[in-house]
Structures are given as structure tokens and as C-alpha cells.
Design a protein. Structure first.
Ligand code: BDR
Ligand code: CA
Length: 311
């Protein structure tokens, strides 16, 4: 299996992404999960991560708490989308498993430095603070990373937290800049693709029809999550952002995109955290990322439903 570290800020869509990864032991070896402040403050994102590992029946997965705030800016959270706990919807029991001692950034650096060159894939589901900090602490990790796959940013769909910026990049644009300027191979799942992965009523009903604790919990998570986006965008269902990252590792054939140059805006308050995507190659800058903008959404939800059935 392909060794991965997942970095996350659950978040209902993070939770579904974690469940998908936990349901793919033949393809993915989860070396550990590092948690970051994002959708809600760090103590809650840590607790939510532990809850999801236990829901999946995998309390042995190492979970580390990472950074509690962005590198330079004040914290921004998204309770309006995810609820007060970050995981509103189902009634999941208080976790019994514990977070591991040590800092998430140290776990990332130590694990990467002990790995073979170009071997570990980093799956980034929240603000990029932990990886941004790891790159500052030990720049040599770049050679150890096979690929960074991240949910963040936008090209034509532009912004969901400010008119110009997507939440994960907006929260810590300086960390995002470190990642995009680092030279690591990057695959980006921006709003352009995640806005095509909608949790329609029919798709949510298929999770519920699994009749398992995981199926019921996912249906309850998505039932809560969609209230916000349905009201806001008038769509049937909400975009299932973060699971696109894990689905890319399992079924890259479900996606299409283009290799382009991406830069992060850190200088202007109005467009802070904008991903400036050179889709038409007008800048002359070399490509630093594969930006995905197309998805076979039926295939994606089939993958999710069949995999989650195995938990
Ligand atoms: C991203 O922001 C968070 O609210 C979601 O979990 C996702 O990672 C979407 O902009
Ligand atoms: Ca997230």
C-alpha cells in the first residue's frame, strides 16, 4: 500500500474523507493523522478525529495534534458551516482513544526524514499550517514527499469565505505559500471540482441504506452539512470537498485537470489567500501543480458508498 499522512480539521467532509481512507487498507497505509485548527478550534478538531477513527473501528491509528493557529494571521473558523462542535449531525460517543504525545509537525518531519526519497504522500484536508511549519523546520522533507494532494483554492469558482478566497487557503495563506513555492509535486482539488461533487438527497439516502453505524453516521453528517450550502447556493446537496483528495489516490481516472502555475496571494487584504491559477499559461511561470476541475461525480459517490460499506 501507498504510505500516506493525512492532515485534517474535521469538519463533516473531513470525516467522510477519513472514513474513505480508513476503508482502503489495501491501497493506503496511514502512517498517522495530524490535526490542525480550521473549521473549529484545535481541541475540537482533535476530538472529532478521534471520534471518526473509533467510528471506523480503527483506534490504533496514531493521531497527533498539530498547530493551534495559523502562522501569521489570527484564527478564522467556520462554525456557521460545520456547527458548534465541527461535527454536528450525528450523536457520536466521546472517544476513548487518546491523541499521541508529541507535536503533529514533529511527527510529520520525523516520519518523512525516516522515509525513502519520494515515498510519502501527504493528504491535506484543512489549512496548510502544519505542512507550512514542517517545511520551515526541516526543508529537506521536500525530497521525501512523493506528492501533496490538497483540498483548497479555486480557479473559476473563486471564493467561498471571501469573494476571492477558499477557506483552507484563506485561513493560512502564508503556510499555503510555503507549500506552493516548495517545489514538491502538488495535486489540487479546488472548489472548481468539489462544487461538482454534490451530496444530493438520493446519494445521502444510499449511505443511510447501508444500514451500518458508519452509513447512518455519514447520512447524519451530510444531512447537517448540506443545510448551509443548500440555503446558500440553492443546490440539491452540498459539495463534498475533502473526500476528493482520498478518491484521487484510489481512482485518479475519475478526475481531470491541467498542470499549471499557482501562486498564493499574501499581500492584499482584499484578496488574501486567493489562489492565482495561470490556467492559460500567460505568465511564463513553470507549472507547480496539477489543478483538477472535472470529476465523474456518480463514479465518486459509487466509490464512497461501496468502500464505506466495508467499515
Ligand atoms: C474546505 O473548508 C472546510 O470547511 C472544508 O472542510 C474543506 O476542507 C472547503 O472550502
Ligand atoms: Ca477540511
Amino acid at each position: 500500500p501507498r504510505p500516506i499522512i493525512i492532515d485534517t480539521d474535521p469538519g463533516q467532509d473531513d470525516a467522510v474523507a477519513l472514513l474513505l481512507a480508513l476503508a482502503a487498507p489495501e491501497e493506503l497505509e496511514i502512517l498517522g493523522i495530524t490535526v490542525v485548527a480550521g473549521n473549529v478550534p484545535l481541541p475540537l478538531t482533535v476530538r472529532n478525529t478521534l471520534k471518526i477513527c473509533e467510528l471506523a473501528g480503527k483506534p490504533e491509528i496514531p493521531v497527533y495534534a498539530g498547530c493551534a493557529r495559523p502562522m501569521m494571521r489570527r484564527s478564522v473558523t467556520a462554525e456557521q458551516v460545520h456547527g458548534k462542535t465541527g461535527l454536528d449531525g450525528p450523536d457520536l460517543p466521546e472517544p476513548v482513544m487518546r491523541v499521541r504525545p508529541g507535536h503533529g509537525v514533529d511527527f510529520m518531519v520525523d516520519t518523512l526524514m525516516a522515509a525513502h526519497d519520494a515515498s510519502v504522500t501527504l493528504c491535506m484536508l484543512g489549512p496548510l499550517t502544519n505542512l507550512g511549519m514542517a517545511l520551515v523546520k526541516e526543508p529537506a522533507i521536500v525530497t521525501k514527499i512523493r506528492e501533496v494532494v490538497l483540498m483548497g483554492g479555486a480557479w473559476m469558482e473563486v471564493g467561498n469565505v471571501t469573494p476571492a478566497s477558499e477557506f483552507n487557503i484563506h485561513v493560512d495563506p502564508h503556510a499555503a505559500h510555503n507549500v506552493f513555492a516548495s517545489g514538491v509535486p502538488i495535486t489540487v482539488m479546488p472548489l472548481d471540482v468539489t462544487h461538482k461533487a454534490l451530496t444530493t438527497r438520493e446519494r445521502v439516502a444510499r449511505f443511510r441504506a447501508l444500514g451500518t453505524p458508519v452509513g447512518t453516521a455519514v447520512a447524519d453528517l451530510l444531512g447537517f452539512f448540506e443545510r448551509f450550502d443548500e440555503a446558500k447556493y440553492g443546490t440539491d446537496g452540498a459539495p463534498l470537498h475533502d473526500p476528493c483528495v482520498i478518491a484521487w489516490l484510489l481512482r485518479p481516472d475519475l478526475f481531470q485537470g491541467r498542470r499549471v502555475a499557482v501562486e498564493i496571494e499574501t499581500g492584499s487584504e482584499r484578496t488574501m489567500g486567493m489562489t492565482v491559477v495561470d490556467w492559460w499559461g500567460v505568465s511564463g511561470q513553470p507549472a507547480n501543480a496539477l489543478v483538477i476541475n472535472q470529476i465523474d461525480s456518480d463514479g465518486f459517490f459509487d466509490l464512497l458508498t461501496t468502500r464505506l460499506a466495508s467499515l
